[in-house]
Each structure stands twice: as C-alpha cells, then as structure tokens.
Write a new protein. Structure first.
Length: 645
C-alpha cells in the first residue's frame, strides 16, 4: 500500500498539472472572448504591406479622395486612402522607420494632403485596421494573446515550477554520489599524521554508535573542517564517504542562496530529505563560512533563515528520520580568526583543523606528484627536492601540485626534462607571475633606479649578519635570498623584485619585525641615498604600505613599545586615533633613519654591483655572493648613532 508521503507527492503533481491546464484553458477562452464586436464595413478593404503603393500616390495625387494616417506613432503605422474612381479602401501597413521617410520624401515633398484618422473613423473601420490573417480564425487570436502576454505567462509558469521543484542549478538539485564513484584515498594525505589520527577517530565514532549511546551520546557526529585553502578539506569528505561505504551529497554554501526569500532554507531541506532517503549518508557543504557568521546582524528578518534551518537540521530534530545523516562542512576560516555564531559552533562535536605542510611533508608531496609522471619526464639525478621544499615554504598541497604541473608545461614547451632549475622557474612563475624585459628595455635611467632599489632591499636583508662580522660564505648560508631581478612583473605592477624563501614558523620577535620593516625601507632609502630626498620615486608605494601594516601591528595591536600590553584597536577613546598615528610616525621615522644610516655603509658596493645587475637583468644567490667575494671582504659596518626619540 502506498505511503502517505508518496500519495501526498502524487497529489501535489496532480495539482500542478491541473493548474497549468486551467491556465492554458483560461488563456484560450480569454483569447476567443477578446475578439471585439465591430460594425459592418460597406466598402471593401484591400490590405497590403507594399510600400510602393504609398510611393505611387505622388503620381495619382489628383485621383485621391482622402488619405489618412492611422496610429502614426506606433511600431507599424497604416496609410488609409481611397481613390475617387474606385470603391476599395486601401490599407498599407509600414514599419515606423519607413513611415518617417515616406512622410518626408513622398507626402511633404509632393504636397499630398493627409490627416490623422479620427477615433470615429477608426471605430467604424476597426476591422480594416487589423491584419487580414488575424481575422481568419480564433487560433490567430490565441496566438496574438499569447504573443502579447508571453513574458507574464512564462514568469507564472516559472514561479509554479520554482515553488514545486526549486530553482534549476541551485543546491536543491544536488545529486547523490555513490561511494564506488568517489576517487582517491586517505593515502593521498601525505604526512599530516595528526589529521589522519583525527579522521581515524571520527571513523571509529561513526562505526561504533552503540558504544557512544551507552555513554548517552546519541547526537549526530557533525564535522567541521577548517584551514587554509588547498589543504585537502574537500577531498577528505570524499575519502571519508568512500572509506565508510556510504553515499555523499555535495553542495556549496554560497550556492544555497538563490536571491528568493526562503530559497536557501528550501534547498537545505531538500538536500536533507535526499540524504534521509539514503539511510546512511554524508552531506558535505563546501565554502560554508557565510553560514557561520553571527545571526541577527541583518536588517531583514529573513536574513538568517538559511542558518536557522541548518541549526535545526544539525541538531537532529528529526532524529528518527535522519539518524544516519552526517553533516560535514568546510570553511577557510575558524573561530580563532573569525567571529562565528556560538550556537552553530556547538552543533559540531568534531572539529578538524587543517594546516599547511611542513618542510618534510612538502618534500614528500613533491616526490609523489613527480612520481606520477611517465618515465623520462623527470631527471631524478639532477633534482634537489630538499632545496625545492625549502623555497616553497607556506605553500598548500594544491599549490605544490600547481608548481609541478607548471614545471611540466615548461618542460613540454622547451622539450626538456624536469630538474631543480625547471622546478625553481615553475615556482617563480606561480609565486611572482610572468616577467618580461621589454617594458624597460630602452629606459636606462629607470632600470638603474630599479637596480639600486632592489640592491637596497638585499643589503638591508643581510645587514644584521654583516654587523656581526660574518664572512661572505657565512652570510650566504644564513641568507634566504633566491634571486635579484630587474625584470618587470605585470601581475603586481613591479619593475623589479627580490625573491626570497619563506619560513614555516611565522613567530617573530620585536627585533625581527623591526628588521622586516628596515628591509622594506631598504629600497626607498637606496633611492634617497643616490638621488636625494626629492629623487624618491613612486616605486616604493607597495613597500611603504607593507611597512605601515607591520608598524600598526607592532604599535597598536601588539603594544610592543608599551608596558600596558593592550590591543589599542579595540579601545574606543577620544583622541586615541591621533595618538596612534603619532606613535606610528615616531617609530617609522626612527626605523627609516636607521635604514638610511645603515645604507651609507654599502653605497660603494651597491654602485659596483649595479652595472652587473643591469647587464644580466637577473642575479641568482650564487652569482650575487660570487661577485661579492671577488670584490672585497665584507665591509665593517658600525651601529648607526641615532638621537633618542
């Protein structure tokens, strides 16, 4: 015997079909009734769309009994005329664009008298104003009615379909993916042993629900995945469904919002019903950060409908129906770096935070990605994966795969094999973008300025090591320089750059942060050293923006120069903004003066390196330090003597 829900579903389909049938029937009846009653016409009417009949009026002007224009401002005005020696009334329909030319070139030029047809005439000869085909039957009337109301009827049908089925392409149409159709495995998570342990624990909880029920834990194990983009959150949901042998329904958090009130709520409910019908199923919501924002911030009462619906579904209100449904949501943000709704966070008993791979994991990831290529594509004898792992610090697994793919593209184009140098170029292309030499090829003065600017950055980078009296070889070992370039980069609007490797750990002291600001100031300080304070160019804009951001963090957010240790950006005090600006200006002035004084000790050596850099455009780390070793011993640099602030 059919269930009540199926009967209800069938009845809803019947209602929709009946509504559509009634709509068409009413349209046909309306079209039939729409045909007006008109008085009989005694004179025969000859209809035409032949413009030559109007142009012939110039030669037959004397024969005209009358000439009238009907609806002259419409899209298709009609010329209505009768000759004295004929019984017929001629009606010629012309496009409005042709009517303008006919009126000017035929009627006015030939002084043919005409007038606008009166309402009385139009009512008497109403049938003459209609197309001959339109008077041939009621089907033409139906066509006319539908043509006039096509947009309204289409919108009505669309709304009926939306109310019944949801908007096409929205999350409500998310399909169920069977576990055998899911790709990959947990082994694809290279390293990440901490995350694998969390996933293994999650599997154990799902498989042993009875054990947890004995501890009175009977809520669904809803899972939140957070962390940087490209770390494998989306893949993990598929891996989990495949490992557990249960189907998966995937939808995007942003795709839930349709622009219609209640659209997101309906989409979520539809997805939930699909999952319940599967018995055991994973619902995966990707990019769901918007659903975790605190509720109640919008002006409209329905702004939080989607989040409220998700809260109810996550809480297992329909526990009998959805006991086997597991919600897995992924977000690039978490409650540590973004404000989230507390009620929403409480619904997730399991939270797994993804991280970027460390150096060892990056090396292994690169090895796995390269091993997937055919034999002969990679020159393993000339491949230093440790070096590539060093320079790719803070890259996600997805970005590392992009670097390897870019290396393959370069290798195919150049008919080469992948080695360390080619991987470095691929990393540079991914990190910096496309570079060129044509932009500044014939601009010698600008290239000189760029070379001095970039060398200023470099020497402020190694300045602390030189102050400690280290040799060039020792400085080279400690320096994270990769290359100095005077090639332009259209992606970031730069005419040169210093490429350096990053650090896995971003924990910095006050001294290290100050050194970072000094390194940023190195370029503008070099320009002032060689061209004077009025010779500083706009090329330092990006450096100054970054330095300002770092100083704001040091002074106002971390309170590094105060014993109070407060985040002043959270305090709303009168005059606090002016005081914050003053402190920033004082510290920026101090650090820039220190940079300028330090730069004076490297003036001669920078000028000597400049010509070689201009000639070669690019100097690698090895080339830079080889040139320095050939020139002289490291300069003896004294700590700059600055006045107390």
């Amino acid at each position: 015997m059919p269930s009540f829900s199926k009967m209800y579903q069938s009845s809803k389909n019947a209602y929709v079909r009946a509504a559509l049938f009634l709509l068409v029937a009413l349209a046909i009846v309306a079209a039939v009734l729409y045909k007006p009653m008109v008085p009989a016409i005694t004179n025969p009417v000859v209809q035409s769309q032949d413009i030559s009949e109007v142009t012939a009026l110039a030669a037959n002007k004397e024969r005209l009994e009358y000439l009238l224009l009907a609806d002259p401002l419409s899209d298709f005005p009609r010329y209505v005329f009768k000759y004295k020696d004929a019984a017929q009334i001629h009606v010629v329909k012309v496009p409005s664009t042709s009517h303008v030319n006919l009126e000017r070139e035929i009627l006015l030029k030939n002084a043919i008298p005409y007038s606008i047809a009166t309402d009385e005439f139009l009512n008497t000869y109403k049938a003459a104003m209609k197309d001959e085909n339109a008077r041939n039957g009621w089907l033409s009337e139906v066509g006319t009615f539908f043509a006039r109301n096509a947009i309204g009827l289409a919108l009505l049908v669309f709304l009926i379909v939306v109310m019944r089925k949801g908007i096409p392409g929205m999350a409500s149409s998310a399909s169920v993916i069977k576990p055998e159709n899911l790709k990959g495995s947990m082994d694809d998570l290279i390293g990440m042993e901490d995350i694998k342990q969390e996933v293994a624990h999650l599997e154990e909880m799902i498989e042993n629900r009875s054990l947890y029920k004995s501890h009175n834990i009977d809520k669904p194990f809803n899972v939140m995945l957070t962390g940087p983009a490209g770390t494998g959150k989306t893949k993990l949901a598929g891996y989990l469904a495949k490992k557990l042998g249960i189907p998966l329904i995937q939808a995007s958090g942003s795709g839930l919002e349709s622009g219609f009130v209640g659209g997101g709520s309906k989409a979520l409910s539809t997805i939930y019903k699909k999952a319940c019908a599967q018995g055991r199923c994973i619902i995966f919501l990707d990019e769901a950060q918007t659903l975790f924002m605190p509720r109640g911030r919008g002006d409209k009462k329905w702004d939080d409908d989607t989040a409220n619906t998700l809260l109810g579904l996550l809480d297992g209100i329909k526990s009998d129906e959805g006991a086997g449904v597991i919600w897995v949501v992924a977000s690039n943000f978490d409650d540590a770096n973004s404000q989230m709704d507390e009620a929403m966070l409480r619904r997730f008993s399991v939270k797994i935070n993804f991280r970027l791979p460390n150096r060892v994991e990056r090396r292994e990831l690169l090895k796995v990605f390269l091993a997937r290529k055919d034999e002969g594509c990679v020159d393993w004898n000339n491949l230093n994966l440790d070096y590539v792992a060093d320079i790719t610090a803070n890259l996600s697994p997805a970005l590392l795969e992009t670097v390897v793919d870019r290396a393959s593209m370069i290798a195919i184009h150049e008919k080469a094999v992948i080695n360390t140098d080619l991987l470095f170029r691929a990393f540079e292309r991914a990190a910096i973008g496309l570079t060129d030499r044509a932009t500044t090829a014939e601009k010698d003065k600008q290239r000189e300025r760029v070379a001095l600017h970039e060398l200023g950055h470099f020497f402020m980078q190694i300045d602390p090591y030189l102050r400690n009296g280290l040799s060039w070889e020792e400085v080279k070992q400690k320096s994270n320089l990769l290359k100095i370039s005077t090639e332009s980069v259209s992606k970031i609007g730069a005419l040169g750059y210093v490429l350096s490797s990053g650090e896995d750990v971003s924990l910095q002291t006050l001294e290290e942060m100050e050194q970072g600001v000094i390194q940023l100031y190195g370029g503008v300080a070099a320009e002032e050293l060689f061209y004077g304070s009025r010779g500083i160019s706009t090329g330092s804009q990006n450096d100054i923006q970054k330095a300002t951001s770092m100083l704001d963090l040091m002074v106002n957010r971390l309170s590094m120069y105060s014993r109070s240790k407060l985040d002043y950006t959270q305090l709303k005090r009168d005059g606090s903004a002016d005081e914050a600006v003053r402190q920033l200006e004082d510290k920026a002035d101090e650090l820039y003066n220190r940079t300028l004084e330090a730069m004076k000790g490297y003036k001669d050596i920078i000028w000597s390196l400049k010509d070689t850099l201009l000639e070669r455009y690019v100097l690698s780390k090895d080339e830079v330090f080889a040139l320095l070793a050939d020139m002289e011993s490291p300069p003896t640099v004294k700590e700059p003597q600055l006045k107390a602030a």
